[in-house]
Design a binder for this molecule. Sequence first.
Ligand SMILES: Cc1ncc(COP(=O)(O)O)c(C=O)c1O
Length: 377
Amino acid sequence: MNQDQVPFGDLAREYLSIRAEVDAAINRVLNRGWFILGPEVQAFERQWADFCGAQHAVGVGNGTDALRIALSACGVGPGDEVVTTPFTAVPTVTAIRMLGAWPRFADVEPETGNLDPELLECAITERTKAIVPVHLYGSPCRIGEIVSIAAKHGIPVVEDAAQAHGATVDGRSVATFGRAGCFSFYPSKNLGAYGDAGAIVTDDEVIAARSRMLRDYGQRSRYDHVLEGVNSRLDELQAAVLLAKLPFLAVWNERRRKIAAYYDEALDGELLQPLARPAGSVCHLYVVRSPLREELRSYLAQAGVTTQVHYPRPVHLQPAFSFLGLKEGSFPVAENMARSVLSLPVFPQLSDAEVEHIASCLREFVRGQRLKRSIET
Ligand SMILES: Cc1ncc(COP(=O)(O)O)c(C=O)c1O
């Protein structure tokens, strides 16, 4: 293939592949002239709940609000503690702080980057009001063990499934193991809107009802405000886009898995290690661990391959959270992950030639490094 830039993602390619469906959906909304909490949101909520195998889905403005609203519906408020992972997208923690609650971190396991259930129990105190595990990179965390520990302490689990649309554990969708599960439909997610969007799924009628009120100024019915809510509604245009895209999600996830398996073959397991992807993973990101992360990144950049780092700094070391007083060394596994992970392009519309180009770059990189080592020794 020519050495044009291989992008990290390309939503224009995605749109072109489903243009007729998306255009029809958007036109339907424009012609109806109903933009907030109408038939598209209702239909998407039903279909998304069914897709996940949950009783209820509540569409909200974004994934951060899904977490904030679900936690609030579970009773989390000012001064409470919420246990989560330090190796996640910052909004996991933003949602906790928006409620005036305090994050308490437990370190992650090096194989997947997900919350380590063995370390979870130590982070639980009598002030813990919720646990928020994250299914990072589209890989299910050890949710069964986490839910058992939480149940022992009588603490609700709110799953952050923002990166894990369609991921399963023993055939059951993530986000359905805890009291509630939260999704982001940020455009680049496995199922993405064309703007901000999110959803909460739950089997708990009370959580669903509270979430519905909380997203809409706390109203039970018009002008009857029984909770102090916010404005965070999934809008009709985004719901229509999501409805148009949902039928493709399973095929797109399968394509991601195929690409990931192809990259796995190109890694040597020593200089370049694939992160473990438990069964049921949906490869939102394809992440390599390497002691030579920076060398690999610049090698790929020279070959026209765009990469990203998810995430270069764990949450507890971000300046915004310095008030937590957590220093380097507090969560060594998360910190080591932040130094060594690199995400490769894995979006479904990558061409076979692009995938092959990336895989051969990986093979060449390993060969080059081996040669360099043999000359040096
Ligand atoms: C793990 C995780 N949690 C929460 C969020 C927040 O979602 P949103 O950007 O839709 O608010 C994201 C999205 O970036 C995420 O990746």
